[in-house]
Structures are given as structure tokens and as C-alpha cells.
Design a binder for this molecule. Structure first.
Ligand code: G3P
Ligand code: MG
Length: 246
């Protein structure tokens, strides 16, 4: 089993459901609740800048529209990524990965960078995010944990920055999870918690992998998963499932 420096609880998209996802404000809210680690989604702007956004398109979480990856950073930076959530966050910007790295360093927070490529850009996004993560976190004691649903993005990340830890994300059960994680030399498997039972947790742990589950918003369910041996709970309820949750 490899060394696992990450805490038990991870704030999903920075501040879970308490702030506009994938923004600096969300990271601040995660920190206010005492969280020691956050997860967020990173992708490429048209000009190669790396920024945070979950969806392919801008429509749900900003005042922009259309495919985000078709716009340059100069265009993206003009958008409001806070008002959709609430007027208290109006004017909040989409953040660059570099800004996120600096903010997390200020808060002493560890990170799980989910590589979330715009459709068709898996390999390029994997390469660019891994290289940027290496550079931006080079002075930090604990490396960012990279993850992706996209196998090819993780292949590219492994090639670009093999020393950065990787976790494969799955939202449906893959009977060949062990072959996939072996090929990627993953340290962890990241799963929708609904895929798990005690037997599967044991099999994954016996294979030498750590387990991160998303998105767990019930404290009882979090306790059950931790009882089975799950290492990390990624939650939107950063208030109910706090950093010291047991
Ligand atoms: O990385 C865990 C989780 O964020 C994966 O799903 O869709 O919320 O990015 P999603
Ligand atoms: Mg994510």
C-alpha cells in the first residue's frame, strides 16, 4: 500500500453546496468550515489556460453560454460565476488553476484535481493539467491527487508527470477496474458511493488501492462507508460532514 497523505473528508467543488461550485469563494467557504482538502474540476480554455468548471458548457454555473472550451481566457474572465448561486456571490469569477493553487496554499489545503476535459480534448487536457499541477504545487509537501473519468486523460497525465498520484473515477461498475488502475499505476479508485458494498471495498483495498467516494451527503452513509474501509468521503454537505467527522 502506498503512503496516503490525504484526510478522510474532501469538500466537493470547493465549498460543496454552500457556495458557487469551483470558485475561489467556494474554496474560502470550505476553509471557513475547517476543511483540509477540496476537490475541483479543471479544463482548458481555447488558448490553453487552465480554469475551473464542471460542465462542458457555461450555461448552468455562469452568465455565459455555450461550450466553455471554445472561448479564450480573456472572454471567460469577464463572466460572472457567482450570481447563479446567489446575490451574495455576484461578480465571482471563474478561477484559473494558478489562482486556485495560491488560494489553497494560503489555506493550507490539499487538493484533488479532477481533470474534466471538454469533449474530445482528453489527452491534451490530461497533459496540460498534469504539467501545470507539477509546476504550481512544486513547493508543497503533499502532491495534488489527480483524477479523471477519462482513461486517456490519465494516460496522458501519467506520461507528462508520472510522479503525481492518480485515481481513476468510475460512475458505473467496471469489472475490469483492477486492469485499468494497474495500467494507469493509480494509487486510488474514486467511485460513486452507490457502487460499493463491503465486499467490493475489501477487494479494492486488497488490491492495494485507496478509495475515495463521491458524493456522500448523509452522515449515516458516510459512517457506513468508512466502516467498510473507505479512505475518503467527498461531500457537498461540508457543514454536516465536517473535517473532524467520525
Ligand atoms: O471527483 C468526484 C466527483 O466530483 C466526480 O463527479 O460530476 O461531481 O465531477 P462530478
Ligand atoms: Mg468533480
Amino acid at each position: 500500500m502506498t503512503v496516503w497523505p490525504y484526510p478522510r473528508i474532501v469538500a466537493h467543488r470547493g465549498g460543496g453546496s454552500l457556495a458557487p461550485e469551483n470558485t475561489l469563494a467556494a474554496i474560502d467557504v470550505g476553509a471557513q468550515y475547517g476543511h483540509k482538502m477540496i476537490e475541483f474540476d479543471a479544463k482548458l480554455a481555447q488558448d490553453g489556460e487552465i480554469f475551473l468548471l464542471h460542465d462542458d458548457t457555461l450555461d448552468r454555473t455562469s452568465n455565459g453560454w455555450g461550450v466553455a472550451g471554445d472561448l479564450s481566457w480573456q472572454q471567460l474572465v469577464k463572466l460572472d460565476a457567482g450570481s447563479w448561486y446567489g446575490s451574495a456571490f455576484s461578480g465571482e469569477k471563474l478561477p484559473l488553476l494558478a489562482q486556485v493553487a495560491a488560494r489553497c496554499a494560503q489555506h493550507n489545503m490539499l487538493v484533488n484535481i479532477e481533470i474534466k476535459p471538454t469533449t474530445g480534448l482528453d489527452e491534451k487536457t490530461g497533459t496540460e493539467v498534469a504539467l501545470a499541477a507539477r509546476a504550481l504545487w512544486k513547493d508543497q509537501a503533499v502532491a495534488p491527487l489527480l483524477s479523471s473519468f477519462e482513461f486517456d486523460a490519465l494516460v496522458a497525465a501519467k506520461k507528462a508527470a508520472p510522479e503525481l498520484p492518480r485515481g481513476l473515477l468510475i460512475d458505473e461498475w467496471h469489472p475490469d477496474w483492477q486492469a485499468l488502475t494497474d495500467e494507469l499505476q493509480c494509487v486510488s479508485l474514486h467511485l460513486n458511493h452507490k457502487l460499493l458494498n463491503a465486499e467490493r471495498v475489501k477487494a479494492i483495498k486488497d488490491a492495494g488501492l485507496h478509495i475515495l467516494v463521491y458524493t456522500v451527503n448523509s452522515p449515516d452513509r458516510a459512517r457506513e462507508l468508512m466502516g467498510w474501509g473507505v479512505d475518503c468521503i467527498c461531500t457537498d454537505r461540508i457543514d454536516l460532514i465536517g473535517p473532524d467527522f467520525v
